[in-house]
Design a binder for this molecule. Sequence first.
Ligand SMILES: [Zn+2]
Length: 161
Amino acid sequence: MKNQNSTTLSPEKQKQFDKRYLEMALVWSKNSYCKRRQVGALLVKDKMIISDGYNGTPSGFENNCEDPDNKTFPYVLHAEANAITKVAKSNNSSEGATLYVTTSPCMECSKLIIQAGITRVVYSYEYHATHGLDLLRKVGVEVVNFDLDQSDVEVDIHKTG
Ligand SMILES: [Zn+2]
């Protein structure tokens, strides 16, 4: 069944929502105790935030992402993976959801995004490798880049309401 809620949004309105949610994901990324890179993610469905995540170690691990050489531990979960697995523990479904993530997804997370049924990904900063984005586009996931540093999009949510 088609999701009428998301299809009836005007492009301008959609842009406003994208910016707001991405800004929230950026705020959420500050929860990360990782030092090298902080990433935040939100899963939004039918204009509701159904999950959130930031990069960090799995439950039960010490809140430390880097070894003494400042290399990220292999067991650190990315923000997207944390958001998707959090849904798995809930009564929500990520089917048809939009993922807002501050940094573009890597290959591993892109696989999870596809399998979780997420149909749209909005990100701000580009990760050094873009294989993940290529994979998402290949299977028809809508990928949107919204650069939060370039405030060229004038967003006033009250103006068009
Ligand atoms: Zn990742």
